[in-house]
Design a protein around this ligand. Structure first.
Ligand SMILES: *Cc1c(COP(=O)(O)O)cnc(C)c1O
Length: 369
């Protein structure tokens, strides 16, 4: 069985040294420039291919996945493998561990990831060691003998930030085999943080969020610079069948073209909003790392938070994040949300609307609380 990724020859402009991610987002994942070739990789709905080639069957490869993987791989600096969803990618990465392995994991993180790890621990397949991501010493102290360290940074929804460079250096200095360092880079995106450059072994993305950017597709990606790990992940996707839809792959690559512009614009607005929210009498606390377009605020109580999300007109009360449209939600409305997340906490995902409209909408409701 082959797991070939050979599709069209995706090339960056011949002879040019493309270094800016904004350019990479536009030039990567395109068919070769030939007369009358389309500029974009077309959607190829195919369950099977004429025999004798490297791919053979629809579960083993698709030119649309390859185009997207070329782009995500170049942006993160490794080999990307796309999956049916972020969670399918998470599952494939956790599957790299043998039965009985020890997994260090952020003590607050995306609920699905926390639940998946907890399920495996309950089944006796993994031992979990929860760690605070913003405490490098605590991570390193707990890491000896561990097989994998899973850091989300910034964390959902408390916005704690890990010092990835310091953590990876300290892990490498541990006696014995260093644990694999996995970073969920969904919140930061490669525009703001490139974990492989900082020493991580694997990067995980819910491409459903910023990479796609338009709240219209569910897809995941895992990136690594270690070819042996990439081969294992590809074999896992082919075997377990968590393959992305061809329309979804097209939509995510289409969204990716504007990733840098979207992230930069949303970040600029988020900084302004974080400052204004911090001065409003109804806001008890603002959690914002000082970069990125996600922030969380704490209000007087859960009722105030519910009134905020119900009263806004521009902001959409919805879960998920990273779209062009600003969304927010009171996280504890989910019964499974961690008790360490304050009851009154509202997570805001700032989109690309004008910041004055976003602020006016929030202020009108906050003034009334
Ligand atoms: C959404 C999300 C996931 C899961 O991704 P899906 O695409 O929903 O499966 C994982 N990690 C983080 C940080 C997320 O926000």
């Amino acid at each position: 069985m082959t797991h070939a990724q050979d599709g069209p020859d995706f090339t960056t402009p011949a002879g040019s040294a493309v270094v800016q991610l904004r350019t990479v987002a536009v030039t990567s994942g395109r068919p070769a420039k030939e007369p009358d070739a389309p500029l974009n990789q077309p959607i190829v709905p195919a369950s099977t291919y004429v025999g004798g080639g490297a791919t053979g069957y629809g579960r083993y490869g698709n030119p649309g996945w390859s185009a997207l993987e070329d782009a995500v791989g170049q942006l993160e600096g490794g080999t990307a493998i796309s999956f049916a969803s972020g969670m399918a990618g998470v599952n494939a990465v956790v599957d790299l561990l043998d039965e009985g392995a020890t997994l260090l994991i952020s003590d607050t993180c995306y609920l699905g990831v926390a639940s998946l790890a907890a399920e495996r621990a309950r089944q006796g397949r993994l031992t979990l060691r929860p760690v605070p991501v913003d405490d490098t010493d605590a991570i390193v102290a707990a890491a000896e003998g561990a097989d994998m360290v899973w850091l989300e940074s910034p964390t959902n929804p408390l916005m704690d930030v890990a010092d990835l460079k310091a953590v990876s250096a300290a892990l490498a200095a541990l006696p014995g085999d260093a644990p694999l360092l996995v970073v969920d880079n969904t919140f930061a995106t490669p525009i703001l943080q490139r974990p492989l450059e900082l020493g991580a072994d694997l990067v995980v993305h819910s491409a459903t969020k910023f990479l796609s950017g338009h709240s219209d597709a569910v897809l995941g990606a895992v990136v690594t610079a270690d070819q042996a790990i990439a081969d294992r992940l590809l074999a896992s996707r082919s075997l377990h069948g968590a393959t992305p839809g061809v329309l979804e792959a097209f939509l995510v690559l289409r969204g990716l073209r504007t990733l840098a512009l979207r992230v930069e614009a949303a970040q600029e607005s988020a900084l302004i909003l974080a400052e204004r929210l911090g001065q409003h009498r109804s806001v008890r606390r603002v959690r914002h790392p000082g970069w990125g377009s996600l922030l969380s605020i704490e209000l007087a109580d859960a009722d105030a938070a519910d009134r905020l999300v119900a009263g806004a007109r521009v902001w959409v009360h919805a879960t998920s994040l990273g779209g062009v449209e600003s969304t927010f939600e009171r996280r504890r409305r989910w019964p499974a949300e961690l008790p360490t997340v304050p009851d009154s906490l509202v997570r805001l995902s700032v989109g690309i609307e004008h910041v004055d409209d976003l602020w006016a909408d929030l202020r009108r409701v906050l003034d009334s609380l």
